[in-house]
Design a protein around this ligand. Sequence first.
Ligand code: ATR
Length: 279
Amino acid sequence: MKKAFVIGHPIAHSRSPLIHNFWLDELSIQGSYEKIDVAPADLEQFLQAAQNDGFVGGNVTIPHKEAARSLAANVTEIAGTLGAANTLYIGENGWDATNTDGYGFLANLDAEAPGWDNQKSNAVIIGAGGASRAIIYALLQRGFAKIHLLNRTLSRAEQLADIFGPRIHPAALDTLPNHLSDANILVNTSSMGMQGQPPLTIDLSQLNKTALVTDIVYTPLVTGLLKAADAQGNPTVDGLGMLLHQAVPGFEKWFGARPTVSKALRTHILHHINSSNAQ
Ligand code: ATR
């Protein structure tokens, strides 16, 4: 039986086991995917022992994404550029590490809004953390000509512009309305709008009417940003699909079958999110 893990600290609230166990069931694969709480001081030892303990790989979440990338024997170009890994699998010399967040972002939009990338002159991204990096990488790879990167702390956006080059235009968050009229896509990668976090309140009246609006926040599923965009008639895609799609490449590596992101999987995860919120 093939075994995979998700490690983090804390890890109790990870939804990844719900996704992978759904696919193991659906595809009738004898395998397991378990949550393991690993403290930062124990990460190296855990990874050294894991292959002998029968693990074929796993996911890595906060706070281990940077350390996992450093401890891996081999790193894909994307994990190297992002400085963070979320997926480990057996390589020739130990663990190989990659990052599937950017893939999940693109695959979600390709599935939910086909043709979303027909116009790619301008993207607007809110936030400059780890998720933002993966999405910048993905949009550049897709061929976007210009990315306005808006962040509360301007220096963090400027740092990402240094890493990703001249297509990135960093700016302070309060300049957002100036960048909306020619946006082809508007993405929130910040935690604003998440349950328990401050709301993201922006005036979208200047937004290009055809701009796709998407959010990485998926609790609530329909964020204030998505509601406001929808009310203006803009196309929207929620963030749950990114979580589901980013899990596909890891599952395929570990268990040898490519799973699908279906309506049934979405319903299953939403059910769990809603019932855990109700507790
Ligand atoms: P992640 O790795 O998940 O992207 P992160 O590195 O903590 O998380 O980044 C969170 C992002 O949300 C940052 O861009 C942060 O802005 P700062 O760089 O200025 O901290 C943004 N963010 C979080 N709370 C915010 C708030 N109340 N107002 C504005 N931006 C906020």
